[in-house]
Design a binder for this molecule. Structure first.
Ligand code: PLP
Length: 405
Protein backbone atom coordinates (compact mmCIF):
# COMPACT_ATOMS: atom_id res chain seq x y z
CA UNK A 1 0.00 0.00 0.00
CA UNK A 2 1.35 3.42 -0.92
CA UNK A 3 0.59 6.58 1.05
CA UNK A 4 -0.48 9.98 -0.22
CA UNK A 5 -1.47 13.24 1.44
CA UNK A 6 -4.27 13.50 -1.09
CA UNK A 7 -5.52 11.91 -4.30
CA UNK A 8 -4.91 15.03 -6.49
CA UNK A 9 -1.18 14.86 -5.59
CA UNK A 10 -1.16 11.09 -6.10
CA UNK A 11 -2.68 11.48 -9.57
CA UNK A 12 -0.14 14.14 -10.60
CA UNK A 13 2.88 12.26 -9.30
CA UNK A 14 2.01 8.63 -10.07
CA UNK A 15 -0.46 8.73 -13.00
CA UNK A 16 -1.46 5.12 -12.30
CA UNK A 17 -2.36 2.82 -15.20
CA UNK A 18 -4.51 0.52 -13.05
CA UNK A 19 -7.64 1.50 -11.14
CA UNK A 20 -6.82 2.22 -7.48
CA UNK A 21 -8.75 1.86 -4.28
CA UNK A 22 -8.15 4.90 -2.08
CA UNK A 23 -8.30 3.90 1.57
CA UNK A 24 -9.33 6.41 4.24
CA UNK A 25 -8.62 4.84 7.63
CA UNK A 26 -10.17 7.74 9.57
CA UNK A 27 -13.50 7.17 7.84
CA UNK A 28 -13.42 3.48 8.72
CA UNK A 29 -12.61 4.27 12.33
CA UNK A 30 -15.37 6.84 12.53
CA UNK A 31 -18.01 4.39 11.28
CA UNK A 32 -16.81 1.60 13.58
CA UNK A 33 -16.73 3.96 16.56
CA UNK A 34 -20.26 5.13 15.83
CA UNK A 35 -21.59 1.57 15.70
CA UNK A 36 -19.70 0.60 18.84
CA UNK A 37 -20.80 3.64 20.85
CA UNK A 38 -24.15 4.69 19.40
CA UNK A 39 -25.79 1.57 18.04
CA UNK A 40 -27.52 -0.63 20.60
CA UNK A 41 -26.11 -4.13 20.88
CA UNK A 42 -23.11 -6.04 19.67
CA UNK A 43 -21.75 -5.61 16.14
CA UNK A 44 -20.94 -8.58 13.91
CA UNK A 45 -19.36 -7.09 10.78
CA UNK A 46 -20.66 -8.77 7.59
CA UNK A 47 -17.31 -9.71 6.06
CA UNK A 48 -18.69 -10.11 2.54
CA UNK A 49 -19.10 -6.33 2.23
CA UNK A 50 -15.31 -5.93 2.10
CA UNK A 51 -12.91 -8.68 3.19
CA UNK A 52 -9.65 -6.79 2.47
CA UNK A 53 -7.09 -7.15 5.24
CA UNK A 54 -6.60 -3.42 5.83
CA UNK A 55 -10.38 -3.12 6.31
CA UNK A 56 -10.56 -6.05 8.73
CA UNK A 57 -7.52 -4.73 10.64
CA UNK A 58 -9.00 -1.23 10.83
CA UNK A 59 -12.25 -2.57 12.26
CA UNK A 60 -10.40 -4.74 14.75
CA UNK A 61 -8.26 -1.78 15.86
CA UNK A 62 -11.44 0.25 16.33
CA UNK A 63 -12.74 -2.38 18.73
CA UNK A 64 -15.01 -4.50 16.52
CA UNK A 65 -14.76 -8.10 17.76
CA UNK A 66 -17.73 -9.81 16.11
CA UNK A 67 -17.73 -11.03 12.50
CA UNK A 68 -20.61 -12.36 10.41
CA UNK A 69 -19.04 -14.98 8.15
CA UNK A 70 -20.81 -16.93 5.43
CA UNK A 71 -18.27 -19.33 3.88
CA UNK A 72 -15.33 -21.54 4.88
CA UNK A 73 -12.93 -19.02 3.31
CA UNK A 74 -14.33 -16.12 5.33
CA UNK A 75 -14.16 -18.19 8.52
CA UNK A 76 -10.54 -19.15 7.92
CA UNK A 77 -9.61 -15.58 7.00
CA UNK A 78 -11.02 -14.03 10.16
CA UNK A 79 -10.15 -16.87 12.55
CA UNK A 80 -6.49 -16.90 11.53
CA UNK A 81 -6.16 -13.10 11.45
CA UNK A 82 -7.86 -12.56 14.83
CA UNK A 83 -7.74 -15.66 17.04
CA UNK A 84 -9.94 -13.91 19.66
CA UNK A 85 -12.69 -12.92 17.22
CA UNK A 86 -16.33 -13.88 17.82
CA UNK A 87 -17.52 -15.60 14.67
CA UNK A 88 -21.14 -16.06 13.66
CA UNK A 89 -21.73 -18.44 10.74
CA UNK A 90 -24.72 -16.65 9.25
CA UNK A 91 -25.33 -18.52 6.00
CA UNK A 92 -28.67 -20.37 6.31
CA UNK A 93 -27.54 -23.24 4.03
CA UNK A 94 -24.13 -24.77 4.72
CA UNK A 95 -22.51 -28.02 3.75
CA UNK A 96 -21.77 -30.62 6.41
CA UNK A 97 -17.99 -30.43 6.16
CA UNK A 98 -18.08 -26.65 6.40
CA UNK A 99 -20.16 -26.88 9.60
CA UNK A 100 -17.88 -29.53 11.10
CA UNK A 101 -14.72 -27.56 10.32
CA UNK A 102 -16.23 -24.34 11.64
CA UNK A 103 -17.14 -26.04 14.91
CA UNK A 104 -14.16 -28.31 15.50
CA UNK A 105 -11.31 -26.46 13.81
CA UNK A 106 -12.23 -22.80 14.25
CA UNK A 107 -14.31 -22.90 17.43
CA UNK A 108 -17.45 -21.42 15.85
CA UNK A 109 -20.50 -21.80 18.13
CA UNK A 110 -22.97 -19.35 16.54
CA UNK A 111 -24.89 -20.77 13.59
CA UNK A 112 -27.92 -19.50 11.72
CA UNK A 113 -30.58 -21.79 10.22
CA UNK A 114 -33.97 -21.40 8.55
CA UNK A 115 -35.22 -24.98 8.22
CA UNK A 116 -35.51 -28.27 10.12
CA UNK A 117 -33.15 -29.86 7.62
CA UNK A 118 -30.44 -27.32 8.39
CA UNK A 119 -30.94 -27.80 12.13
CA UNK A 120 -30.47 -31.54 11.70
CA UNK A 121 -27.37 -30.96 9.58
CA UNK A 122 -25.81 -28.73 12.25
CA UNK A 123 -26.56 -31.30 14.96
CA UNK A 124 -25.14 -34.18 12.88
CA UNK A 125 -22.01 -32.30 11.84
CA UNK A 126 -21.18 -31.14 15.38
CA UNK A 127 -21.92 -34.53 17.01
CA UNK A 128 -25.00 -33.10 18.75
CA UNK A 129 -22.89 -30.51 20.53
CA UNK A 130 -24.36 -29.11 23.73
CA UNK A 131 -22.90 -25.61 23.44
CA UNK A 132 -24.53 -24.39 20.24
CA UNK A 133 -25.87 -20.87 19.89
CA UNK A 134 -28.53 -21.32 17.22
CA UNK A 135 -30.18 -18.39 15.50
CA UNK A 136 -33.40 -18.91 13.53
CA UNK A 137 -33.66 -16.58 10.57
CA UNK A 138 -37.20 -15.43 9.88
CA UNK A 139 -38.35 -14.05 6.53
CA UNK A 140 -39.58 -10.43 6.83
CA UNK A 141 -40.71 -7.64 4.53
CA UNK A 142 -37.95 -5.89 2.56
CA UNK A 143 -40.07 -2.86 1.60
CA UNK A 144 -37.90 0.25 1.43
CA UNK A 145 -34.66 -1.57 0.64
CA UNK A 146 -32.73 -0.72 -2.51
CA UNK A 147 -31.50 -4.32 -2.63
CA UNK A 148 -34.30 -6.64 -1.40
CA UNK A 149 -33.13 -9.99 -0.07
CA UNK A 150 -36.47 -11.76 0.36
CA UNK A 151 -37.52 -15.12 -1.00
CA UNK A 152 -34.25 -16.96 -0.79
CA UNK A 153 -33.71 -17.22 2.97
CA UNK A 154 -35.78 -17.00 6.12
CA UNK A 155 -38.41 -19.37 7.53
CA UNK A 156 -41.99 -18.36 6.74
CA UNK A 157 -44.18 -16.98 9.50
CA UNK A 158 -46.34 -20.09 9.26
CA UNK A 159 -43.45 -22.45 9.89
CA UNK A 160 -41.47 -20.28 12.30
CA UNK A 161 -43.13 -21.31 15.60
CA UNK A 162 -42.45 -25.02 15.06
CA UNK A 163 -38.87 -24.37 14.02
CA UNK A 164 -38.30 -22.10 17.02
CA UNK A 165 -39.58 -24.82 19.37
CA UNK A 166 -37.44 -27.53 17.82
CA UNK A 167 -34.33 -25.32 17.77
CA UNK A 168 -34.93 -24.35 21.40
CA UNK A 169 -34.65 -28.01 22.39
CA UNK A 170 -31.26 -28.38 20.68
CA UNK A 171 -29.70 -25.01 21.48
CA UNK A 172 -27.74 -23.91 24.49
CA UNK A 173 -28.86 -20.40 23.55
CA UNK A 174 -31.61 -19.51 21.06
CA UNK A 175 -31.62 -16.47 18.82
CA UNK A 176 -33.86 -14.98 16.17
CA UNK A 177 -32.61 -13.00 13.20
CA UNK A 178 -33.95 -11.28 10.11
CA UNK A 179 -32.69 -9.16 7.23
CA UNK A 180 -34.64 -6.18 5.95
CA UNK A 181 -32.60 -6.00 2.70
CA UNK A 182 -29.54 -3.95 1.87
CA UNK A 183 -29.43 -0.13 1.73
CA UNK A 184 -32.75 0.20 3.55
CA UNK A 185 -33.94 3.79 3.53
CA UNK A 186 -36.76 2.93 5.93
CA UNK A 187 -35.76 2.92 9.63
CA UNK A 188 -39.25 1.58 10.44
CA UNK A 189 -38.49 -1.70 8.66
CA UNK A 190 -36.77 -2.90 11.85
CA UNK A 191 -39.56 -2.19 14.36
CA UNK A 192 -42.15 -3.79 12.10
CA UNK A 193 -40.03 -6.93 11.67
CA UNK A 194 -39.39 -7.06 15.41
CA UNK A 195 -43.09 -6.74 16.24
CA UNK A 196 -43.88 -9.60 13.87
CA UNK A 197 -41.17 -11.79 15.30
CA UNK A 198 -42.38 -11.09 18.84
CA UNK A 199 -45.75 -12.46 17.83
CA UNK A 200 -44.11 -15.62 16.47
CA UNK A 201 -42.10 -16.06 19.68
CA UNK A 202 -45.28 -15.78 21.73
CA UNK A 203 -46.98 -18.32 19.51
CA UNK A 204 -44.04 -20.71 19.86
CA UNK A 205 -43.93 -20.13 23.63
CA UNK A 206 -40.15 -20.31 23.75
CA UNK A 207 -37.60 -18.23 25.62
CA UNK A 208 -35.28 -16.26 23.37
CA UNK A 209 -31.75 -15.25 24.39
CA UNK A 210 -30.65 -13.24 21.35
CA UNK A 211 -32.26 -10.87 18.85
CA UNK A 212 -30.12 -10.28 15.78
CA UNK A 213 -31.40 -7.38 13.68
CA UNK A 214 -29.19 -8.17 10.68
CA UNK A 215 -27.69 -5.60 8.33
CA UNK A 216 -29.14 -3.24 5.76
CA UNK A 217 -28.12 0.10 7.30
CA UNK A 218 -27.55 2.54 4.45
CA UNK A 219 -24.64 4.53 3.16
CA UNK A 220 -24.55 7.87 1.43
CA UNK A 221 -24.93 7.80 -2.35
CA UNK A 222 -26.23 10.44 -4.73
CA UNK A 223 -29.17 8.16 -5.58
CA UNK A 224 -32.32 9.12 -3.65
CA UNK A 225 -30.69 12.37 -2.56
CA UNK A 226 -29.18 10.97 0.60
CA UNK A 227 -30.45 8.85 3.46
CA UNK A 228 -32.15 9.11 6.84
CA UNK A 229 -29.64 9.87 9.57
CA UNK A 230 -28.27 6.69 11.14
CA UNK A 231 -29.35 7.79 14.60
CA UNK A 232 -32.93 7.08 13.50
CA UNK A 233 -32.03 3.46 12.90
CA UNK A 234 -30.36 3.13 16.28
CA UNK A 235 -33.36 4.73 18.01
CA UNK A 236 -35.95 2.59 16.27
CA UNK A 237 -34.06 -0.66 16.92
CA UNK A 238 -33.55 0.31 20.56
CA UNK A 239 -37.22 1.15 21.11
CA UNK A 240 -38.46 -1.99 19.34
CA UNK A 241 -36.10 -4.24 21.29
CA UNK A 242 -37.52 -2.91 24.57
CA UNK A 243 -40.96 -4.07 23.47
CA UNK A 244 -39.96 -7.56 22.37
CA UNK A 245 -41.10 -10.83 23.99
CA UNK A 246 -37.62 -11.94 25.00
CA UNK A 247 -35.72 -12.60 28.22
CA UNK A 248 -34.81 -9.57 30.31
CA UNK A 249 -31.18 -10.59 29.82
CA UNK A 250 -31.48 -11.10 26.04
CA UNK A 251 -28.62 -9.85 23.87
CA UNK A 252 -29.05 -7.62 20.85
CA UNK A 253 -26.82 -8.25 17.84
CA UNK A 254 -26.52 -6.54 14.47
CA UNK A 255 -24.68 -7.48 11.28
CA UNK A 256 -23.84 -4.24 9.46
CA UNK A 257 -21.76 -4.54 6.30
CA UNK A 258 -22.27 -1.59 4.00
CA UNK A 259 -22.65 1.15 6.62
CA UNK A 260 -19.37 0.21 8.31
CA UNK A 261 -17.13 0.20 5.26
CA UNK A 262 -18.69 2.19 2.39
CA UNK A 263 -16.88 5.43 3.24
CA UNK A 264 -13.55 3.72 3.87
CA UNK A 265 -12.67 3.38 0.19
CA UNK A 266 -13.15 5.25 -3.05
CA UNK A 267 -12.27 4.08 -6.55
CA UNK A 268 -9.89 6.01 -8.79
CA UNK A 269 -10.25 5.27 -12.51
CA UNK A 270 -8.63 6.76 -15.59
CA UNK A 271 -10.19 7.84 -18.84
CA UNK A 272 -8.39 5.80 -21.48
CA UNK A 273 -10.44 6.85 -24.48
CA UNK A 274 -12.96 9.45 -25.58
CA UNK A 275 -15.51 9.30 -28.42
CA UNK A 276 -17.72 12.37 -28.34
CA UNK A 277 -19.76 12.11 -25.14
CA UNK A 278 -18.56 8.59 -24.39
CA UNK A 279 -15.70 8.05 -21.94
CA UNK A 280 -13.95 4.68 -21.74
CA UNK A 281 -12.67 4.14 -18.21
CA UNK A 282 -10.49 1.38 -16.77
CA UNK A 283 -13.03 -0.17 -14.39
CA UNK A 284 -16.71 -1.01 -14.78
CA UNK A 285 -19.56 -3.39 -14.12
CA UNK A 286 -17.40 -6.50 -13.90
CA UNK A 287 -15.23 -4.59 -11.46
CA UNK A 288 -15.95 -2.32 -8.52
CA UNK A 289 -18.67 -0.38 -10.38
CA UNK A 290 -21.08 -3.33 -10.36
CA UNK A 291 -23.80 -1.32 -8.58
CA UNK A 292 -23.42 1.67 -10.91
CA UNK A 293 -23.85 -0.57 -13.96
CA UNK A 294 -26.37 -3.14 -12.73
CA UNK A 295 -28.43 -1.18 -10.19
CA UNK A 296 -28.06 2.29 -11.70
CA UNK A 297 -26.58 3.71 -8.49
CA UNK A 298 -24.90 7.11 -8.59
CA UNK A 299 -21.86 7.54 -6.41
CA UNK A 300 -20.50 10.91 -5.32
CA UNK A 301 -17.53 11.65 -7.57
CA UNK A 302 -14.90 14.15 -8.60
CA UNK A 303 -12.75 14.60 -11.71
CA UNK A 304 -8.97 15.06 -11.45
CA UNK A 305 -6.39 15.89 -14.07
CA UNK A 306 -2.67 15.26 -13.57
CA UNK A 307 -1.49 18.18 -15.67
CA UNK A 308 -4.17 20.67 -16.69
CA UNK A 309 -7.10 22.69 -15.40
CA UNK A 310 -10.50 21.07 -15.77
CA UNK A 311 -13.28 23.41 -16.80
CA UNK A 312 -15.86 24.57 -14.29
CA UNK A 313 -18.64 23.96 -16.82
CA UNK A 314 -19.97 20.41 -16.85
CA UNK A 315 -21.76 18.22 -19.36
CA UNK A 316 -23.25 14.73 -19.34
CA UNK A 317 -21.08 11.78 -20.35
CA UNK A 318 -21.77 8.10 -20.90
CA UNK A 319 -19.19 5.95 -19.12
CA UNK A 320 -18.09 2.58 -20.47
CA UNK A 321 -16.09 0.00 -18.53
CA UNK A 322 -13.03 -1.71 -20.03
CA UNK A 323 -14.40 -5.15 -20.91
CA UNK A 324 -15.65 -6.18 -24.36
CA UNK A 325 -19.20 -6.72 -23.11
CA UNK A 326 -21.44 -3.92 -24.33
CA UNK A 327 -23.47 -4.21 -21.10
CA UNK A 328 -20.39 -2.81 -19.34
CA UNK A 329 -21.75 0.73 -19.24
CA UNK A 330 -22.84 2.91 -16.30
CA UNK A 331 -26.64 3.00 -16.26
CA UNK A 332 -26.82 6.74 -15.53
CA UNK A 333 -25.05 9.47 -17.42
CA UNK A 334 -22.49 11.32 -15.35
CA UNK A 335 -21.92 15.09 -15.12
CA UNK A 336 -18.21 15.88 -15.53
CA UNK A 337 -16.05 18.86 -16.53
CA UNK A 338 -16.75 19.62 -20.20
CA UNK A 339 -13.08 19.31 -21.17
CA UNK A 340 -12.32 16.00 -19.42
CA UNK A 341 -10.20 13.83 -21.69
CA UNK A 342 -7.83 10.93 -22.10
CA UNK A 343 -5.40 10.64 -19.19
CA UNK A 344 -7.72 12.37 -16.71
CA UNK A 345 -9.11 10.58 -13.67
CA UNK A 346 -12.48 10.14 -11.98
CA UNK A 347 -12.75 9.26 -8.30
CA UNK A 348 -15.96 7.52 -7.21
CA UNK A 349 -16.57 8.02 -3.48
CA UNK A 350 -18.11 5.75 -0.83
CA UNK A 351 -17.50 2.57 -2.80
CA UNK A 352 -15.95 0.60 0.07
CA UNK A 353 -18.94 -1.71 0.41
CA UNK A 354 -19.42 -4.38 -2.27
CA UNK A 355 -17.11 -2.57 -4.72
CA UNK A 356 -13.97 -4.59 -4.18
CA UNK A 357 -15.81 -7.75 -3.21
CA UNK A 358 -17.94 -7.87 -6.38
CA UNK A 359 -15.04 -7.33 -8.80
CA UNK A 360 -14.15 -10.15 -11.19
CA UNK A 361 -11.13 -10.76 -13.36
CA UNK A 362 -13.24 -10.93 -16.53
CA UNK A 363 -11.35 -10.07 -19.69
CA UNK A 364 -8.07 -9.79 -17.77
CA UNK A 365 -9.12 -6.68 -15.87
CA UNK A 366 -9.72 -6.47 -12.12
CA UNK A 367 -6.17 -5.65 -10.98
CA UNK A 368 -6.34 -2.83 -8.41
CA UNK A 369 -3.72 -0.74 -6.69
CA UNK A 370 -4.18 0.52 -3.15
CA UNK A 371 -3.29 3.95 -1.82
CA UNK A 372 -3.89 5.19 1.70
CA UNK A 373 -4.83 8.85 1.66
CA UNK A 374 -5.43 11.63 4.16
CA UNK A 375 -7.87 13.75 2.17
CA UNK A 376 -11.62 13.25 2.63
CA UNK A 377 -13.55 15.00 -0.14
CA UNK A 378 -16.79 13.00 0.01
CA UNK A 379 -19.82 13.49 2.23
CA UNK A 380 -20.09 11.33 5.33
CA UNK A 381 -23.10 9.81 7.08
CA UNK A 382 -21.08 10.11 10.28
CA UNK A 383 -21.07 13.89 10.52
CA UNK A 384 -20.67 14.74 14.20
CA UNK A 385 -23.91 16.79 14.31
CA UNK A 386 -25.78 13.67 13.27
CA UNK A 387 -24.52 11.85 16.36
CA UNK A 388 -26.18 14.41 18.60
CA UNK A 389 -29.66 14.31 17.05
CA UNK A 390 -32.01 13.27 19.87
CA UNK A 391 -33.34 9.75 19.60
CA UNK A 392 -36.76 9.54 17.99
CA UNK A 393 -38.71 6.62 19.34
CA UNK A 394 -40.97 6.46 16.29
CA UNK A 395 -37.93 5.94 14.10
CA UNK A 396 -39.14 8.47 11.55
CA UNK A 397 -36.31 9.81 9.45
CA UNK A 398 -35.69 13.38 10.55
CA UNK A 399 -32.41 14.26 8.95
CA UNK A 400 -31.38 13.84 5.36
CA UNK A 401 -27.71 14.29 4.60
CA UNK A 402 -26.74 15.85 1.31
CA UNK A 403 -24.96 13.32 -0.83
CA UNK A 404 -23.02 15.78 -2.92
CA UNK A 405 -19.43 16.39 -1.97
C1 PLP B 1 -25.24 -9.20 3.37
C2 PLP B 1 -25.67 -9.50 4.75
C3 PLP B 1 -25.44 -8.58 5.78
C4 PLP B 1 -24.88 -7.20 5.53
O1 PLP B 1 -25.80 -6.41 4.86
P1 PLP B 1 -25.52 -4.84 4.61
O2 PLP B 1 -26.67 -4.42 3.79
O3 PLP B 1 -24.23 -4.74 3.90
O4 PLP B 1 -25.47 -4.20 5.96
C5 PLP B 1 -25.78 -8.94 7.07
N1 PLP B 1 -26.33 -10.15 7.33
C6 PLP B 1 -26.56 -11.06 6.37
C7 PLP B 1 -27.16 -12.37 6.75
C8 PLP B 1 -26.26 -10.76 5.05
O5 PLP B 1 -26.51 -11.66 4.09
Amino acid sequence: MVHASGIPVFVSQVRPDDPFFCFRPERLKRAATWFRDSFPGEVFYAVKANPALHILDGLWDAGIRGFDVASPAEIELVATRFPGAKLAYMHPVKNRNAIARAYHEFGVRRFVLDSQAELQKILDATGHAKDLILVVRVGVSNAGAAVPLTGKFGVSEAEAPALLRETRRAACRLGVSFHVGSQSLNPNAWPSAMTNISRLIRKAAVTVDIVDVGGGFPSLYKTDGGMPALINYAASVDAAFEEMMVLESAELWSEPGRALVAEAESLLVRVDGVKGDALYINDGGFGALYDAVNLGWEFPLRALSPDRALSAGERAFTLYGPTCDSADKLAQKVMLPANIGEGDYIEFGNIGAYGRSMATGFNGFGQYGLVETEDAPFASAYVPEDWAVPAVSTGIATLAVSANP
